[in-house]
Design a protein. Sequence first.
Length: 395
Amino acid sequence: MNPQPSAERFIGLARLARMAFAGEDLGSLKAGLLDRLSRNENEANAWMDLSIILQLMGQRQVGLSMQTMALDIQQLYRLPCPADSAGIRLLALLGPGDLAQNNALEFLTEESDISLDLLYVAPDLPFPAALPDHDLAMVAVCETDSNRPLLKYLETLVKSWPRPVLCAPDRIARLSRDSACRLLQPVPGVAMPVTMRIDRQTLKSADGFEFPAIVRPVDSQKGQGLMKLDNADAIAGYLQTRPENAFYVAPYVDYSGPDGQFRKYRIVLIDGQPYACHMAISDHWVVHYISAGMRESAAKRAEEQRFFEEFDDGFARRHRDALLSISRRLELEYVGIDCGETPDGELLIFEVDSGMTVHAMDPVDIFPYKQPQMRKVFRAFRQMLIDASVLAPVI
């Protein structure tokens, strides 16, 4: 029999990540959680919060072991709803794993009237005898190699779900880089270079792809192991630095603008409608917002602000047909797109993912224009939930 759920409230990822993002010391909070666990080792909320803290501090493996301790006690975690009375009741279906394995829905529902329950599911985890009251469920498990068996398991699980389920697992499973390429490459107005999944030996032989080429390990995150290979001679040196056995390879596309800068956009499609989340500008083709110098450059921030302000009549209108076709092909109520624009104006797709991080943690004094934009995204997400919950059967 499982012990009773923890009496202490669950803090959750959004609040803990906000603290870490702001540079706050999580050490004292970690110590407090350890103290609670010394008095009650069955306090699952403390184990799960400790797992998140350790992962945020870069201690992934230890953090995952704490998560296992938490899930051995209970699979359901309830986030406090700051509103006086909850509006939509959302049940998120997550899988065990690190912070990159699931969509961080907490950022989308933070400080709203949406109550969010997190239910961890897996074939080897006990399934609750009774589900918490909810208006709709959403699959938050991301597409990764390690998550594929779980997504298959969820396909069976959600068939008889008593409420509407958003982001069907079989559709999430189509978001791998090679599958997404096959799905989206035929869309007019979209540039998505052919992406191949190959094994180590095939990469070593340089068989079947052109140079310069972009190579990355399968399931790599945040640009880890991502490299441009200018010719076949560069492969041996690359493989000396990588232990993985599976890689994605695609032709390199120069998407720099007339000023030589590279611009990467993060867009989310919510019920088929595009919303801007950020634009990062860099002088290097590998563009990550946190390392692109956005905080340091007032000019870059001013351009991002203009991108937000002009998005509906600019970017979204230019790529309207392409974005609409992408939405129809993906068939997901919520999905993120990392993209750029080619010199001839096509939408260059880097990645599509149902779990791209979307947040409002950037400091208001440096990025005052971001809060209104992110509130727009969060309102659209909330409206999507409301619209979908109308379809809920009467039980």
